[in-house]
Design a binder for this molecule. Structure first.
Ligand code: UD1
Ligand code: UDP
Length: 375
């Protein structure tokens, strides 16, 4: 029997983390020929993850340009990915999530009549501007997908409401749990141990609050409000808390964060961290403040109280589980919500419990079996 040819397209850091378990599973099947294509919508942040999971793309389109527009990136993906579909003639094209890479790859697959499998399908806020442009990217991928790998029942229900046939939706869990399980058991990297010692976190003298923020709908005033809240919190808890913030490389984030937080004593602004050190910081954090999608899921799985710096989330499972709280981007709300958790042990204990709405870490196996079953 000829091998099933599966092309996986990866563009950004979170896609690489969430697709790594799928790529590893594809490699395990001798009846599958796996072709990984990196659009490299991200460069450094993608390479860190590919190296960690030992993934070597067959082709790397190297499309990142400093601060390029979404339309320029989309055009470049169309132009550069399409010839690979005629060259490799895959039976399936797989992509994960909601980025420009995913939306453009789905369209390319559709035009070449290659079956498209959407990993982490069915997440919705119902608001096309939040998250921007991810909500619309997801919906476009959903219109095209031949199989929808929904992480949870809630995501499946969203797809059913949009008229997707039940037989095309497979609830698999989220591959982030597969990735997290693999990484969290690895030893703490030496540089993180040194950092945590230096900041007096490892000996329990001070608490760690881990921060990330990068959303496009927060560019401008909202990210400045987030930074103002962090500064106020840092001053309020100067002797008690160290804030560690690995800053996304997007220039629209770098500029205000460095300007407002660059010289606050107990805020450490770091370059984007590799996934292993980041997971160790999550495990040692007392509290996480983030607008990241993946970190909301990791916080839920790890039982780390997490304040979500957004007005809407397409990940209500963690909020329902009580581990996440949606606080928006206003300075006052962020300061009061974080203070409640840092000051009130009972309030903190109510949020600090692990939940597993995202499955048992076998999502990748389920996804690959479904593709084989659909051949
Ligand atoms: C992208 C995704 C977003 C995802 C995020 C994960 C879109 C529209 N957005 O947002 O859904 O949550 O990635 O991190 O697909 N840059 C670098 N080096 C890197 C990465 C980025 O220098 O390794 C800089 C470049 O100037 C680049 C800019 O950041 O042009 C923006 O990157 P881009 O992928 O367009 O958008 P993100 O905001 O990172
Ligand atoms: N992450 C990382 N290093 C960092 C920040 C985040 O490895 O410095 C990981 C994080 O643990 C999660 C993923 O990157 O798995 C989330 O990526 P990001 O926040 O960029 O994107 P989103 O999930 O919002 O699309």
């Amino acid at each position: 029997m000829t091998k099933l040819r599966v092309m996986t397209v990866i563009g950004t850091r979170p896609e690489a983390i969430k697709m790594a378990p799928v790529v590893q599973e594809l490699y395990r099947h001798t009846d599958i020929e796996s072709i990984v294509v990196a659009t490299a919508q991200h460069r450094e942040m993608l390479d860190q993850v590919l190296a960690l999971f030992h993934i070597q793309p067959a082709r790397d389109l190297n499309l990142m340009r400093a601060d390029q527009s979404l339309a320029e990136l989309t055009a470049a993906i169309f132009t550069n990915l399409d010839p690979l579909l005629t060259e490799y003639r895959p039976d399936w094209l797989l992509a994960q999530g909601d980025t420009t890479t995913v939306m453009a790859a789905a369209v390319c697959a559709y035009y070449r009549q290659v079956k498209f499998g959407h990993v982490e399908a069915g997440l919705r806020t119902g608001d096309k501007r939040q998250p921007f442009p991810e909500e619309v990217n997801r919906r476009m991928a959903g219109v095209i997908a031949d199989l929808h790998f929904a992480p949870t029942d809630w995501a499946r229900d969203n797809l059913l409401h949009e008229g997707i046939a039940p037989s095309l939706i497979k609830v698999t869990g989220n591959t982030i749990i597969d990735a997290l399980n693999q990484i969290k058991s690895m030893p703490m990297p030496a540089e993180i141990e040194t950092l945590l010692k230096e900041k007096r976190i490892l000996n329990g003298e001070r608490d760690l609050v881990l921060v990330t923020a990068h959303r496009r709908e927060s560019f401008g005033q909202p990210i400045r409000e987030i930074c103002a809240a962090l500064k106020e919190l840092a001053e309020k808890y100067a002797n008690q808390v160290e804030f560690i913030y690995p800053v996304h490389l997007n220039p629209n984030i770098q500029a205000p964060v460095q300007e407002i937080l660059g010289d606050v004593a107990n805020i450490s602004l770091l370059a984007p961290l590799e996934y292993l050190p980041l997971v160790h910081l999550e495990m040692h954090a007392k509290l996480i403040l983030t607008d990241s999608g993946g970190i909301q899921e990791e916080a839920t799985g790890l039982g780390k109280p997490c304040l979500v710096l957004r007005e809407r989330t397409e990940r209500p499972e963690g909020v329902q589980a009580g581990v996440l709280k949606l606080v928006g981007t206003s300075r006052e709300m962020i300061v009061s919500s974080a203070s409640n958790l840092l000051d009130d042990p009972a309030e903190y204990a109510r949020m600090a419990h692990a939940a597993n709405p995202y499955g048992d870490g076998t999502a990748a196996q389920k996804i690959v079996s479904e593709i084989l079953a659909a051949r």
